[in-house]
Design a protein around this ligand. Structure first.
Ligand code: FE
Ligand code: CA
Length: 542
């Protein structure tokens, strides 16, 4: 849902972008400007049109997807790539007209809308179609056609109307390192009965796939040598998306459910913070890389027009409503954050990490979040985002180390957000998190250091789809973490995903895991289930 009053932040983002541009120098500035200005506006092509009849191989190798459901609108996605690992996906740098259809049934007997959309070479022949004026709270089926080629059929759904009270089941996923294992969890998710999937980041990893252990070592997935370099250029990022998206299990999940996506660090570079990378490159150089990464992200994911990047900036934080039942405030804790304190890693809290000037959201996003809570009428206020929100002590020392990359490293930011939630009188706060490659369930405490203080919300951390290889049900530090953090109610180190069912009375979280990802075909089991009653914060085993 487009947030009301979004203009001010957009203007601020534009002003910020100008500031950035001024900051750039020499060839960097020229290239960044080229990124910002060479984009055609929708429907205005920069390239000549190619007759779709000339597409001689199946161009739908990367599947179909849908995203960001609204009550009367769906967003449909595909990308044409007959030879996905080649430049331009094996197509000439020409525009292709793609036909699309939306129907009430999977056999397309009751088509409710059809139309055409241009696949621009400037956007790597991706197609983003926003179909408006459709019925609220309905399942739809869609497909694309280019020349004689017809895509697989996707299924999607619209959100309930603003006053609707329909329940929903969401899935939360994150961290899909292709080089660490099979996407078996996605195969199960494709068959699971969920309304919408929230992707919480690390959709891909930038690493040279063989230097980090490699697909060849842990699975029998064989990768062309072109993937054995770290992604730096636009071409690298586009090709990496092509690699991931040719995975049949990921394709099946996208075809089965709409996704609402946000990124973490690896879509660009490990643990970057705003314009600061890991390797000490000058910010103006890193921003060129970030512009390529953001652009490839937009091209390859089912995102709406307001999310389309301008140079190295992309407005990814946004709001999705589910009637009166839920408001989803999707955050971006990477693009605007202060640099990690104490050089990142694990560190005891100190003046640097506790500095009230530090922010993980940036000031605009923080204001937008709290303003949105003030206006919320939803039973559940859910915040899909990246890194662990609750305090997580990593050892049993009197003053324990915490992660400088998570909200623990931005304690003042967390305090402002929790104070904002309280001041807004927000009901039933639930944070959804990825990043750490394990499943957690936390009670969010008013004061994490005081076990008797109030529970003010719930944090559900989704384990990885594949990152970290098979994992273990009880990782080596399980006892330490459970002891050091009494508000931590569940910790499991297997791969998988979480489903969260929401209705007016209750939230129910099911942590679903697979026993292995380094071999294909593992079955899925529910490792644990918890419920939270509306109006009564605090996790209970189901
Ligand atoms: Fe990850
Ligand atoms: Ca991460």
């Amino acid at each position: 849902m487009t947030p009301a009053g979004q203009h001010a932040p957009e203007l601020r983002a534009a002003a910020r972008h100008l500031g950035r541009r001024r900051f750039l120098t020499g060839t960097g500035a020229a290239a960044a400007l080229a990124f910002a200005t060479n984009l055609p506006t929708a429907g205005v092509a920069g390239a000549a049109e190619m007759d779709a009849a000339r597409v001689s191989d199946d161009p739908f190798t990367l599947g179909v997807a849908s995203g960001d459901p609204q009550p009367h609108s769906v967003l449909l996605w595909t990308r044409l790539a007959p030879r996905p690992y080649e430049e331009n996906g094996g197509l000439p740098a020409e525009r292709v007209t793609v036909h699309w259809e939306l129907a009430r049934d999977p056999r397309f007997r009751r088509v409710v809308r059809r139309g055409t959309a241009p696949a621009h070479p400037e956007f790597n022949h991706s197609v983003h179609v926003e179909v408006d004026h459709v019925d609220a709270d309905r399942t739809y089926y869609f497909r694309f056609r280019a020349g004689k080629w017809v895509s697989e059929t996707g299924r999607t759904r619209t959100a309930p109307p603003a006053a609707g009270r329909t329940g929903l089941t969401l899935a939360a996923v994150s961290c899909q390192a292709y080089h660490d294992g099979y996407f078996t969890a996605y195969r199960h998710l494709a068959e699971d009965d969920v309304d919408v999937v929230f992707h919480l980041g690390d959709y891909l990893y930038e690493y040279a796939v063989n230097s980090v252990g490699g697909a060849r070592k842990y699975t029998d997935r064989v990768l062309p040598d072109v993937f054995n370099r770290e992604t730096q250029t636009l071409d690298d990022y586009r090709r990496r998306y092509a690699l991931y998206k040719t995975d049949p299990d990921l394709r099946a999940a996208h075809a089965a459910h709409p996704f609402v996506v946000t990124w973490d660090d690896h879509e660009v570079e490990n643990n970057y913070a705003d314009d600061i990378d890991e390797n000490g490159n000058p910010p103006e150089e890193f921003l060129l890389r970030r512009a390529s990464a953001y652009r490839a992200y937009w091209e390859n994911l089912p995102l709406r027009r307001p999310q389309r990047p301008t140079g190295s900036d992309m407005r990814l934080y946004r709001r999705v409503g589910w009637g009166r039942l839920a408001q989803f405030d999707i955050l971006d804790t990477r693009q605007y954050r202060s640099d990690q304190a104490y050089g990142d890693g694990a560190h005891v809290p100190g003046p640097e990490s506790l500095d009230p000037k530090r922010t993980i959201t940036g000031a605009s996003q923080e204001r937008w979040l709290i303003d949105g809570w003030r206006r919320s009428r939803a039973v559940w206020n859910v915040v899909p985002q990246q890194v662990t929100f609750s305090q997580r002590k990593l050892d049993l020392n009197p003053v324990a180390k915490v992660s400088m990359d998570a909200w623990d490293g931005y304690a003042a930011s967390r305090a402002r957000v929790l104070a904002g939630a309280e001041a807004a009188g927000v009901d039933n706060l639930m944070v959804l998190t990825g990043d750490v490659h394990v499943g957690y369930a936390f009670d969010i405490k008013d004061d994490f250091d005081d076990p008797s203080s109030d529970v003010v919300g719930t944090e559900i951390v989704a384990t990885s789809i594949a990152s970290g290889k098979d994992g273990a049900e009880r990782p080596a530090n399980w006892e330490t973490y459970m002891k050091a953090n009494p508000h931590l109610k569940f910790y499991n180190g297997r791969r998988g995903y979480v489903t969260v069912g929401l209705d007016r009375r209750q939230a129910r979280a099911d942590f679903k895991t697979v026993s292995a990802v380094t071999t294909p075909g593992a079955p899925i089991v529910t490792a644990a289930s918890f419920v939270v009653e509306a109006g009564e914060p605090g996790l209970r085993p189901a």
